[in-house]
Design a binder for this molecule. Structure first.
Ligand code: ADP
Ligand code: MN
Ligand code: MN
Ligand code: MN
Length: 340
């Protein structure tokens, strides 16, 4: 038997974007604990905007567990928040009732800025660094600075150690801006991994006195600096195995029809980012295009070449979006399109 440090992680009740919260439970197990062995736990919801002071109990139901190699016998336990009856999902619980399907695959491209002293890492004390151009996938101190690469590399290792399907990293278009990609099968599984990867990045950055800025347009719209997205690549079994031009066109018609419903869950302040500039489509328009990075949905060349089979990239979700809600909306819209 060994004492395990279980870090219970959940999303709080802040709006429009929940914060990640966590606390540690120490418990003895014979080996690395399985999900079913982890107890329900609780917290004070009056301190997280999830309850009134007079009846402040909220419940934590473990839904996924990952190794945490930063701690001896550590585990990261992603949780859903429930009401005290342990049956009713808390109103802030965006995971409990979403459609799920292991045949639905999601690849999230999470962009973000590293921030220090109120500005992106590498910005001078006054004014701006060189304009955008060489930063994207750049190399060298003048492009990526000194500690950023150390942070993203350590984050990659933490994710891989945790068993998260981290698929890659790149320096992004703005100085101090980076991206990582997470892939998962099933909406809940993929989104759980994104939230835990976000958690790991924020926790890692503490020791560098750096914060992660997830806002989709942290530098505002007045300046020529890219915002942050969370492009969502998706495919269902039908899209991968059957596909076809007619089905694709029906699918895109449904995405057009529900464009406002999609934007509603694609992250706050997206009107600041989806302007039609900086590789985006305007927030009030829907279009798709082959290899078109200015479209709402980019259709990879491979998709068309394979007879309209494969995955599509929805470029509208932003860096602060909740991946549970994003994946759910995509599956809801897909479900409106008849398969034959
Ligand atoms: P880009 O920057 O060119 O838009 P990335 O390489 O950053 O593309 O991201 C592509 C994403 O697509 C990856 O996260 C990958 O996991 C995901 N992906 C690849 N194939 C599929 C698929 N069949 N279904 C869903 N997502 C996929
Ligand atoms: Mn990418
Ligand atoms: Mn990108
Ligand atoms: Mn992309």
């Amino acid at each position: 038997m060994a004492k395990y440090k279980l870090e219970y992680i959940w999303l709080d009740g802040y709006e429009p974007v929940p914060n990640l919260r966590s606390k540690t439970l120490v418990k003895e197990f014979g080996g690395f604990p399985k999900l079913g062995e982890l107890p329900i736990w609780g917290f004070d919801g009056s301190s997280t905007r999830q309850a009134e002071g007079k009846s402040s109990d909220c419940k934590l139901h473990p839904v996924a567990v990952f190794p945490d190699t930063t701690r001896k016998n550590g585990a990261l336990v992603m949780c859903e928040v429930y009401m005290p009856d342990d049956k009713t999902p808390h109103p802030s619980n965006s995971r409990a009732n979403i459609p799920d399907d292991p045949g639905a695959w999601f690849g999230f491209e999470q962009e973000y800025f590293l921030y220090k002293d109120g500005k992106p890492l590498g910005f001078p004390e006054h004014g701006f660094p060189y304009p955008q151009g060489e930063y994207y996938t750049g190399v060298g101190f003048k492009n990526v600075g000194d500690i950023a690469r150390q942070i993203v590399e350590e984050h990659l290792d933490l994710c891989l150690d945790a068993g998260i399907n981290h698929e890659g990293i790149n320096a992004e278009v703005a100085k101090g801006q980076w991206e990582f990609q997470i892939f998962g099968k099933g909406s809940k599984n993929a989104a759980d991994q994104v939230w835990v990867a976000r958690y790991l990045l924020m926790r890692l950055c503490e020791k560098y006195q750096v914060d992660v800025n997830w806002h989709c347009k942290p530098l505002g719209t007045e300046v020529d600096w890219n915002g942050s997205g969370m492009h969502t690549n998706f495919s269902t079994t039908h899209m991968r195995e059957v596909g076809g031009k007619a089905y694709f066109e029906a699918l895109m018609a449904a995405f057009d029809k529900y464009k406002n419903e999609h934007i509603a869950v694609y992250g706050p302040d997206n009107h600041l980012r989806l302007t039609g500039l900086h590789e985006t489509q305007s927030i009030d328009k829907f279009n798709y295009g082959v290899a078109n990075r200015g479209a709402s949905i980019r259709v990879p060349h491979s998709f068309v070449n394979n007879g309209y089979k494969g995955y599509l990239e929805d470029r509208r979700p932003n860096s602060q979006g909740d991946p549970y809600k994003i994946a759910a909306r995509i599956l809801q819209t897909i479900a409106t399109v008849p398969l034959k």
